[in-house]
Each structure stands twice: as C-alpha cells, then as structure tokens.
Design a protein around this ligand. Structure first.
Ligand code: FES
Length: 109
C-alpha cells in the first residue's frame, strides 16, 4: 500500500497509507489531511484540492491535462510549476513515497 506524505505550509508532515484506486484527494479527505477542501467533490470544478508536488515526483506523475492546468491557472491560490489538483491524481502502487505540500489557503477570502 503506497505511503504518501502530506506536508502543510508550516512544514508539519502527515504520512498516510493509501489504498490504490481512488484519487489522492479522496484519500486525503478520508484521513483528515488539513488544507484540502475539495468543495466540488472531485469534479475538477473548484481547484480547492490544489497541492504542490515534490520536485522529485512531479515528472513521475501522469501528465497534467490542459483542463486541469486551466483550472489551476484560473482558480488556484499561488500556483507554481509543480501545482496539481489532487482529485486528478489516481493513487497507484507506483506512487509509494510521493510527497505533496498543501498551500497556505485554498480560497482567497
Ligand atoms: Fe474540486 Fe479537485 S475537488 S477540483
């Protein structure tokens, strides 16, 4: 079962074992990972599941789609070149060791 590390914006780590098959967002939500709101439930309509993927992992993930990139560019708070929507990352065995950081905030109000 893949172990995935979530780091919050203050550097606090939470490592969780995730069953493959669902999305990273669903797993984080189920484990109470702070900093992921996922307001749309994974429909790629809110961008409140935004995470920053670790430098060593970004290139190992399935390529980002134009739609996901568009949502990040238009709706995420302080996106960078390692931004992904966690609802669009399917958890597989190959993601064992993945590290992602949650942003300081997901909505700007
Ligand atoms: Fe809304 Fe990911 S949960 S875009």
């Amino acid at each position: 079962m893949p172990k995935i590390t979530f780091i919050d914006h203050q550097g606090n780590k939470k490592i969780i074992d995730i069953h493959p098959g669902g999305s990273l967002m669903e797993a984080a939500d189920g484990e109470g990972v702070p900093g992921i709101l996922a307001d749309c439930g994974g429909a790629m309509a809110c961008a409140t599941c935004h995470v920053y993927v670790d430098d060593n992992w970004y290139g190992k993930l399935p390529k980002i789609t134009d739609d996901e990139q568009g949502m990040i560019d238009s709706h995420s708070i302080k996106p960078n070149e390692k931004s992904r929507l966690s609802c669009q990352i399917e958890v597989t065995e190959e993601l064992d060791g993945l590290i992602v950081t949650t942003p300081e905030k997901q909505v700007d109000f």
